[in-house]
Design a protein around this ligand. Structure first.
Ligand code: GLU
Length: 421
């Protein structure tokens, strides 16, 4: 195994497996079950020829990894990014398995990804790529098999193209095949902001157990995308003041509070948070080590490396991203008494509302946004309570506790199912 240093970013699947092994130790998991839980059930690699706008053909590589479905159909997003690798998608599919389990919704875990740079592709190119990918994975997805959703650099429009392609191949409209789709196609009210909103509910619970007064608190967000920007806008409504933010173009900090809604509008207009009036340009490290009460990494994996972790001053780290903290960095944060709300709990609001969307599709019913937000709050606050209770019972940090709860439930399901044939 590669040794983790501050320079080397660990392989995300090795990190995920290390987290599983740690939880398995606490659960005294038998070796057979551990082996089953350590390997994805199915890994698809597809080659996707796409006609580009200039007439040439490019062949993209796409993945869909279905990790475990003992508790229900596979579930998880699709990511478009130049840095996508099979090991990253495998890790993300494992984290989805633990996420749906810790949230206690009847799903397994999966993830998809395409190696591409959506920022340098036109809408028609993205549509052709998406439809070709949907056709390639169509035999393996479906409302009762595997239900994709948005992730990094995919959105409701991407889901609409997948829904349309899948439904055309099936011969009938099948809205339950994807979640996070546009509302007129059966998407749920509240789904677009659900990841950020869920992370806010977790932050409120974390502040209570750590006796932090949110009215006086400050925070910073690394990765001002869908999850991060909604988190910031909703959290500031409860009192905390935003002091710094970043995106792929750079980071900013400010001596006076930043209005998150204005920053969202500024980014929509200019394409980045950089240059926001009244802010100073900062490095990623300066942002992550700001003297704030709450820090939210909300972009990609491997953001909080050991060297960064040593200087984190925040009391609470809310992981809106998947896998932002490496296992070594985790130990440092724990030793420094930083309260980490782990990704599989903190960002589970997205898949919780995906579940609510899917139930509405299958039952042909429609809930109001208030109903959806209330159910999200109840579900994620309950999950926080389960994880916090486990952390007190076992004397562990919150990530280990979340994994103990999540892996314990999946292991029960796997053992009870038995082995076919
Ligand atoms: N991509 C999101 C995640 O990582 C949402 C998944 C879903 O809704 O299925 O949790």
């Amino acid at each position: 195994m590669m040794k983790e240093t501050s320079q080397v970013k660990p392989n995300p699947f090795e990190s995920a497996t290390q987290q599983l092994r740690n939880a398995a130790g606490y659960l005294k998991l038998d070796e057979d079950t551990f082996q089953i839980l350590s390997a994805p059930k199915r890994q698809l690699i597809v080659s996707l020829p796409v006609r580009m706008d200039n007439g040439s053909v490019r062949v993209f590589t796409g993945y869909r990894v279905q990790y475990n479905d003992a508790r229900g159909p596979f579930k998880g997003g699709i990511r478009y990014h130049p840095g996508v690798t099979l090991d990253e998608v495998k890790a993300l599919s494992a984290w989805m398995t633990w996420k749906t389990s810790v949230a206690d919704i009847p799903y397994g875990g999966a993830k998809g990804g395409i190696i591409c740079d959506p920022k340098h592709m036109s809408q028609p190119e993205l549509e052709r790529l998406t439809r070709r990918y949907a056709a390639a994975i169509a035999p393996f997805i479906g409302p009762y098999k595997d239900i994709p959703a948005p992730d990094v650099y995919t959105n409701a429009q991407t889901m609409a193209w997948i829904l349309d392609t899948y439904s055309a191949l099936e011969g009938h409209m099948s809205p339950g095949v994807v979640t996070g789709k546009p509302v007129p196609l059966g998407g749920s009210l509240g789904r677009d902001k659900a990841t950020g909103r869920g992370a806010v509910f977790c932050t409120i619970e974390a502040a209570k157990v750590n006796k932090i007064d949110l009215k006086k608190a400050t925070f910073a967000v690394e990765g001002f995308g869908n999850a991060g920007s909604n988190y910031a806008e909703i959290l500031q409504g409860y009192g905390p003041r935003l002091m710094g933010a970043s995106d792929s173009q750079g980071a900013i900090t400010s001596k006076t509070p930043i209005d998150a809604s204005k920053l969202i509008a500024y980014k929509e207009r200019t394409g980045s948070v950089v240059g926001f009036p009244g802010s100073q340009k900062a490095s990623e490290r300066e942002l992550l080590q700001m003297d704030v009460d709450v820090l939210s990494p909300a972009a990609l994996e491997n953001t909080i490396l050991p060297e960064i972790a040593k200087g984190v001053k925040a009391k609470i780290v809310t992981e809106c991203a998947n896998g932002p903290t490496t296992p070594e960095a985790d130990k440092i944060l724990h030793a420094n008494k930083v309260f980490v709300i782990p990704d599989i709990l903190a960002n589970s609001g997205g898949v919780i509302v995906s579940y609510l969307e899917w139930v509405q599709n299958l039952e042909r019913i429609g809930w109001t946004e208030t109903e959806v937000n209330d159910m999200l709050k109840k579900k994620i606050t309950g999950a926080f309570g389960d994880v916090h209770a486990a952390s007190l019972k076992h004397g562990t940090d919150m990530r280990t506790a979340a994994m103990i709860v999540a892996v314990g439930r999946v292991a029960d399901a796997v053992r009870t199912l038995g082995i076919f044939p």
